[in-house]
Design a protein around this ligand. Structure first.
Ligand code: SF4
Length: 364
């Protein structure tokens, strides 16, 4: 089946491959950049970001020479910001330790920040022509159906088996195109809910098609409900009408991005109490919490939040301090609304900014 599969897929790919910008110059830098951007993100969303990044940073050295703040600014809106931090770290390692040339060896690629087994396989096979497999959600679905695998693919042992299957099916040559063909088959034809088996180039060898079990593959056990948190944030004004913003710690969720300071509500406290506690813990400041300005709902990968933004008046540092302290933030700044665009914010805080701008437009 292995030879027949690769032959059918490669022929189909020759005729149907999408014309994607990173396929026009498949070097390691562009492959890496596009693969990192495509993690958890739709192709159409990625394309404009990819063009903007390449225009500003045409080489890995150019990316390494810029600041993390600049990278985060350009990344804003693409989400999953740890990808941008890892991109920047890796660009510096490639520039300094590898003289700007990506290693083609999967083991060395795996040592780089933000490069997992899938991305390493993609760079090594697509950009370097190495005979190594890739396994993303699309490829996992295709193999689960082709072989009609009844086991739960959320289990690590099943994923490891699928990696082995992906390796066993590799053709001797054209591995980069073959891997891309597999992924594209999963994106366009062998889709999760409505596989287009009629137009599938590998239908004749698909065991799930023969058994009529396509929609039951890949088997995944049901996920627990996504947790939800309430988060309070302060629109803290000083006497000159400027707003306080704080920069999150470099590591962790939304690391390095700016926000209206605040945090997660704990059991037994009201949202204003939560806000006052968080502001003391993060910045050692006191505020008078006023009216609720806006609620914003936002979903992260593993949880959802409702951000409650309150109008606040700054009262000063928590005694004995005489000015704010960076206890849980990297930096803070007092800014006018016109200055917001100089800073990188996550999506929920951008929604708050949009609501602030709408209000000021209405008042004009
Ligand atoms: Fe997927 Fe249907 Fe093709 Fe099987 S025949 S690989 S289920 S699209």
């Amino acid at each position: 089946m292995s030879n027949a599969l690769s032959a059918c897929l490669l022929e189909w790919y020759t005729q149907h491959a999408a014309d994607l910008p990173w396929r026009r110059t498949p070097d390691a830098y562009t492959t890496w950049l596009s693969e990192v951007m495509l993690q958890q993100t739709q192709i159409e969303t990625v394309i404009p970001y990819y063009h903007r990044f390449l225009e500003k940073y045409p080489t890995v050295q150019a990316l390494a020479a810029t600041s993390l703040d600049e990278v985060l600014k350009l990344w804003e809106g693409l989400g999953y910001y740890s990808r941008a931090r890892h991109l920047h770290q890796t660009s510096r390692i490639i520039s300094e330790q590898y003289h700007g040339i990506f290693p083609c060896d999967v083991t060395k690629l795996l040592d780089l920040p933000g490069i997992g087994r899938y991305t390493a396989g993609a760079i090594a096979s697509i950009a370097c022509g190495q005979r190594v497999p890739v396994l993303d959600g699309n490829v996992m679905r295709v193999f689960s159906r082709l072989l009609d695998i009844p086991d739960d693919v959320t289990q690590l042992s099943v994923q490891n088996r699928l990696w082995q299957i992906a390796e066993d099916f590799l053709p001797e040559t054209d591995t980069g195109d073959y891997n891309q063909a597999l992924m594209e088959l999963g994106q366009k034809i062998c889709t999760p809910r409505q596989p287009d088996c009629t137009h599938c180039p590998v239908q004749a060898m698909c065991k799930a098609f023969a058994a009529g079990t396509q929609l039951e593959r890949p088997m995944k056990k049901k996920k627990a409900a996504t947790p939800h948190y309430d988060v309070a944030a302060g629109l803290i004004y000083d006497e000159q009408g400027r707003l306080m913003i704080a920069q999150r710690p470099a590591e962790g969720l939304l690391g390095g991005l700016w926000e209206f300071p605040g945090g997660k509500q704990e059991a037994g406290e009201t949202l204003p109490e939560c806000l006052q506690r968080e502001l003391r813990e993060e910045l050692a400041i006191e505020v008078e919490v006023g009216a609720l300005f806006v609620n914003v709902k936002h979903a992260f990968t593993h949880f959802k939040i409702t951000l409650h933004a309150f109008e606040c008046r700054y009262q000063g540092a928590t005694p004995p301090h005489t000015q704010p302290q960076l206890l849980g933030a990297q930096a803070y700044a007092w800014v006018t609304p016109a200055e917001f665009d100089r800073y990188s914010f996550g999506k929920a805080d951008r929604e708050v900014i949009r609501a602030l701008q709408e209000r000021s437009n209405m008042l004009l």
